[in-house]
Design a protein around this ligand. Structure first.
Ligand code: BES
Ligand code: MN
Ligand code: ZN
Length: 480
């Protein structure tokens, strides 16, 4: 799919397009809708009157008018207008355009008078891009498609920024959607190097010997069962005069079988996407390189596979982490926190002003928040606030959860400094507490196990990887 987005000066009626879409708000045509209606001798108002379409949010009515399609998109009620609604409307337009097979589409800048032209066209452009995303590179029938969208009376700068973040999100989706026989630690590292070269940032890749020399016993224990060697990926985005230094750490399990604490068949499905945190970090770097905010950013990914073999780690092992702390392995399926323990310690060497980790870490967070909302843990309110604000503006849902100190004792081990699992209850919190043992404040952790992978088509894209976190992290970094 090749998407191009332009903001046009004219209104929908005056722009090119085989599909022209206007909104219906509280059951009535918008101003742009009335204009398009007039240009087509009242076809739209007639359709609105004679059909049962009343403009419920998300409903679509398409009318053929000669050689163009006219689309009425229900935008819901006048009250409660938000950029989230505009973004979702954009994605619905994209879906409809693909359904109809049109290659050029003109869209009203929905709610521009309420949100401002720039804000509205930013959200609309994101929605159009994200809604156009398809992962069809392994479908023999798929043909390359080009679609051009015109945003009526949009703002060019806002549309360009939306393109950067949406393309970075699509890039992260691609990485997490790729099958595990294609994307594994070595190929993920190669891809990181390729991206760094294309976008102009640094990438350093370490192999098993160097990882060993760093003392990353927890990371190596997880990787040990796989025939495929691990990689430690260190990205650096270095602007001219940085105001801050931040480290982003992404969980990079290219496949998670659970190891000897084996997952049941259903639970193992889609564990190719257990590197969604890593994908989000790479996507964020891609966006950073284009947006160039004055923040130095380090990205750290411990890439491995959690598999079973004669050399795989087992429960009861005690591993020594890079930090010096020892960990008793009580469950080989709690592998993410082991790899992150070493990745976080490594990131700490850069003396960052803040560390943020992003990981598909616990089924417990999915139970708590479902598949649309990620859990946020933070040692400081200011850091939490910044991330929540960025997420809110990008329509990515984050909910803060507590780092309840009294649960720390659940991770006490009889033989080592701590163990990698405690009790089932409050599992996401215990996982986050485990991670805090390997960092200094300020630290935030995003558990994206729920939203990283969608089991069905959803508001902003098709079934599969969502690219969650890219837009939040990129926007947050710009706000520093
Ligand atoms: N990768 C999984 C978490 C996960 C679950 C991600 C569902 C996406 C969807 C993680 O490595 C894991 O297995 N966590 C265990 C931890 C448990 C053994 C304490 C879990 O949540 O069951
Ligand atoms: Mn696991
Ligand atoms: Zn995992």
């Amino acid at each position: 799919m090749k998407i191009s987005l332009r903001s046009g000066r004219r209104s929908v009626a005056g722009l090119p397009g085989k599909l022209k879409v206007v909104g219906v708000v509280s059951g009535e045509l918008t101003e742009a809708g009335q204009e398009l209606d007039a240009a087509h001798s009242g076809l739209l108002s007639k359709a609105l009157k004679t059909s049962r379409f009343k403009g419920e949010e998300g409903a679509f009515l398409v009318v053929a008018a000669g050689d163009v399609f006219l689309g009425l998109l229900g935008l819901g009620q006048k009250r409660g207008v938000s950029t989230d609604r505009v973004r979702e409307a954009g994605a619905r337009v994209a879906k409809k355009a693909l359904e109809l097979g049109v290659r050029e589409v003109a869209v009203e800048n929905f709610f521009a008078e309420r949100l401002g032209k720039a804000e509205a066209s930013y959200a609309l452009a994101e929605g159009l891009y994200l809604g156009s995303y398809r992962f069809d590179r392994y479908k023999s029938e798929a043909r390359p498609v080009r679609v051009r969208y015109w945003i009526a009376k949009g703002r060019g700068r806002a549309v360009e920024e939306a393109r950067i973040l949406a393309e970075a999100t699509a890039y992260a989706r691609d990485l997490a959607n790729k099958p595990p026989n294609v994307l594994y630690p070595e190929t993920l590292a190669e891809e990181a190097e390729r991206l760094a070269k294309e976008f102009g940032f640094e990438a350093r890749v370490l192999g098993p010997e160097e990882i060993e020399a760093l003392g990353m016993g927890a990371f190596l224990a997880v990787a040990r069962g796989s025939a495929r060697p691990p990689r430690l990926i260190h990205l650096v985005y270095r602007p001219e005069a940085p105001r801050r230094r931040v480290a982003l750490v992404g969980k990079g399990l290219c496949f998670d079988t659970g190891g000897y604490s084996l997952k049941p068949t259903e639970g193992m499905r889609y564990m190719k996407a257990d590197m969604s945190g890593a994908a989000a970090v790479l996507g964020t770097f891609r966006a950073l390189a284009e947006l160039r905010p004055p923040v130095e950013v380090h990205g750290v990914i411990a890439a491995a596979e959690n598999k079973i073999s004669g050399s795989a780690y087992v429960v009861d092992e005690v591993v020594r982490t890079m930090s010096g702390k020892t960990v008793e392995v009580a469950n080989t399926d709690a592998e993410g926190r082991l790899t992150l323990a070493d990745a976080l310690a490594y990131a700490g060497r850069e003396a960052p002003d803040a560390i943020v980790s992003i990981a598909t870490l616990t089924g417990s967070s999915v139970v708590a928040l479902g598949r649309k909302v990620a859990a946020l843990f933070a040692t400081e309110d200011r850091l939490a606030g910044g991330l929540l604000e960025a997420a809110g503006a990008e329509g990515e849902k984050l909910w803060r959860m507590p780092l309840e100190r009294s649960y720390r004792k659940l991770l006490k081990s009889d033989v080592a400094d701590l163990k990698n699992v405690g009790t089932r209850e409050g599992g996401a919190i215990q996982a986050a507490l485990f991670l805090t043992e390997f960092v200094r404040d300020p630290y935030a952790h995003l558990d994206i196990a729920g939203p990283a992978y969608q089991r069905e088509d959803w508001e902003l894209g098709p079934v599969g990887a969502s690219g969650f976190g890219v837009r939040t992290l990129a926007r947050w970094l710009r706000s520093l």
